[in-house]
Design a protein around this ligand. Structure first.
Ligand code: GLU
Length: 510
């Protein structure tokens, strides 16, 4: 075993990274950092037919946004590189040769048609110890025949030779020891002469070994491949340094029946990708967590809980706290149901805990889009007043537009209920009171207005409701004097005047 914990996230750039992949990467990160180890990005791009342009860049951007830096990666380099499998061809060829020389693998020339014919003729046909003797391969052909076929450039594949009747043990940190009987495995193709590239299985194992990976942490969908990977490790003579495995539970649909898909996201209105993605082939745009207004730390906290729990009531964890608390003992074996309300809840919490100045920076582009230019100091104060009402940064505008622009209209229902026959008179008196105020601070406004209400035996609710309608245009918003403080005395007077001139409503008038 190696001294240092080294884990890898090994995506294939076949499309946008799914949020489940982000969770896999996060668990890798948490475990590596807890153990003082390394977190490595390896791009598994040996299947060129499935390559999607932009997918690798997307992965990099995702982890930059989340703030989960790799210790080694294609961009950053490292002493175990290259970190892209398409740049490691020679390395795999060498290992294929080793397997062929030792007899742990063999060359097969069967054409797709020949394989098809066998499948059609033999029920449950599988290329393995029971059938390989009847196929066209280096075990059934003479050395000379094999050699001359290769020299004639006949296309071939290399297959791993699985010995029957052996127990293969996968040691999984979440599932315990998983024992598989080798007879259920087939002689998987590990290399193809057509593109001179290994298949996923071989490249994955060779790289895990050469990159000194100590723990393979990946999605449950790879569990069926694990026995083959163990077999490959043994066949290559690397048993001593075999990594430990952790196969993470599936992310399930919110209803719990089946794997979470993009369609579920579209149907229920939540993103399944970390960042926005435009499909290069169809041009279709899918939204991402970032563009939907999720904060990176909220996404991290939320994802950490999809398949793991700390065993306590605590739900809010900083990244450092997650690093400390994470353990495979507390990962579940069964699938984790995706819960969009919980995701929103987390985001709300993180918004509340983000400094107002930072939120103001995030809000700035939205204000710009709305054609509003306001001093940062004001935006910061506004954000502080309304943030408890939002789940997302983009909702800040809806909750605060009246701080920046006067209402263009007045909500009908509120007007009917709150603008009484006497409201114009009251608001006129209020305007006079405001005009005379030298000190327009929140405290002084409050004191002066409340005294005036008392002295004139007015009804606080009636006055304040009409006042709010004039300033905000509807019945919502934070404390009135916080609003008027920020829009200023002149604007307050302007809005009152406009309301008096515009609104003649009130129950009595309908
Ligand atoms: N390339 C595989 C994937 O796309 C890697 C699986 C693994 O981590 O071994 O997920």
């Amino acid at each position: 075993m190696y001294h240092k914990t080294r884990v890898r996230f090994a995506p294939s750039p076949t499309g946008p990274l799914h949020i489940g992949g982000v969770r896999t990467a996060l668990y890798n990160y948490l475990y590596a950092k807890q153990q003082g180890g390394d977190f490595i990005l390896r791009i598994e791009d040996t299947d060129s037919s499935r390559f999607v342009p932009g997918a690798e860049e997307y992965i990099r951007e995702t982890f930059d946004w989340l703030g989960l830096p790799f210790d080694e990666s294609p961009a950053k380099g490292g002493k175990f590189g290259p970190y892209k499998q398409s740049e490691r061809r020679e390395i795999y060829k060498e290992q294929v040769k080793k397997l062929l020389d030792s007899g742990a693998a063999y060359i097969a020339f069967d054409t797709p048609e020949e394989l098809e014919a066998k499948r059609a003729g033999i029920a449950n046909f599988q290329y393995d110890a029971s059938t390989r003797e009847m196929m066209r391969n280096s075990l059934t052909l003479s050395d000379g025949e094999t050699q001359s076929l290769i020299e004639d450039r006949t296309q071939y594949v290399v297959r791993i030779k699985i010995e029957p009747d052996k127990d293969i043990t996968v040691s999984d940190m979440i599932r315990g020891e998983v024992v598989i009987h080798s007879s259920v495995l087939d002689d998987k193709v590990i290399y193809k002469s057509s593109d001179e590239l290994p298949t996923y299985h071989l490249a994955n194992v060779v790289d895990d070994h050469l990159m000194e990976i100590t723990h393979v942490i990946r999605g449950e969908e790879w569990l069926p491949s694990a026995p083959l990977h163990v077999w490959l490790y043994k066949s290559l003579g690397w048993e001593e340094s075999m990594p430990r495995f952790a196969h993470l539970p599936l992310l399930l649909k919110p209803e719990g029946n089946g794997k979470l898909s993009k369609r579920d996201g579209d149907r229920l209105g939540f993103p399944v990708f970390p960042l926005e993605w435009r499909d290069p082939a169809s041009g279709d745009l899918s939204t991402g967590y970032r563009e939907s207004g999720y904060l990176p730390n909220a996404v991290i906290n939320f994802l950490a809980f999809l398949g793991w729990n700390p065993g306590t009531e605590q739900e809010i964890f900083s990244l450092d706290e997650l690093v400390q608390a994470f353990s495979f003992d507390r990962c579940s074996k069964s699938g984790a149901k995706f819960d969009v309300e919980k995701a929103k809840w987390y985001n709300h919490h993180y918004i509340l805990n983000t400094p107002d100045s930072e939120l103001a920076t995030l809000f700035a582009p939205i204000l710009q889009e709305k054609g509003v230019s306001a001093p940062t100091e004001k935006v910061t104060k506004v954000v502080g007043l309304v943030k408890e009402r939002v789940h997302f940064v983009k909702e800040l505008w809806e909750q605060s537009s009246f701080f920046f622009v006067a209402p263009a209209s007045y909500d009908e229902k509120t007007t009917r209920k709150r603008w009484k026959a006497e409201s114009p008179d009251h608001m006129r008196s209020l305007m006079q009171l405001i005009r005379e105020m030298d000190d327009f601070s929140v405290e002084n406004q409050e004191k002066t207005v409340m005294e005036w209400i008392q002295q004139n035996q007015l009804h606080t609710g009636n006055i304040m409701n009409a006042f709010r309608l004039a300033i905000v245009g509807e019945g919502k918003g934070p404390h009135m004097f916080n609003i008027t403080d920020l829009i200023g005395k002149e604007e307050t007077l302007r809005r009152l005047e406009k309301a008096i001139n515009t609104l003649t409503g009130g129950e009595e008038n309908i």
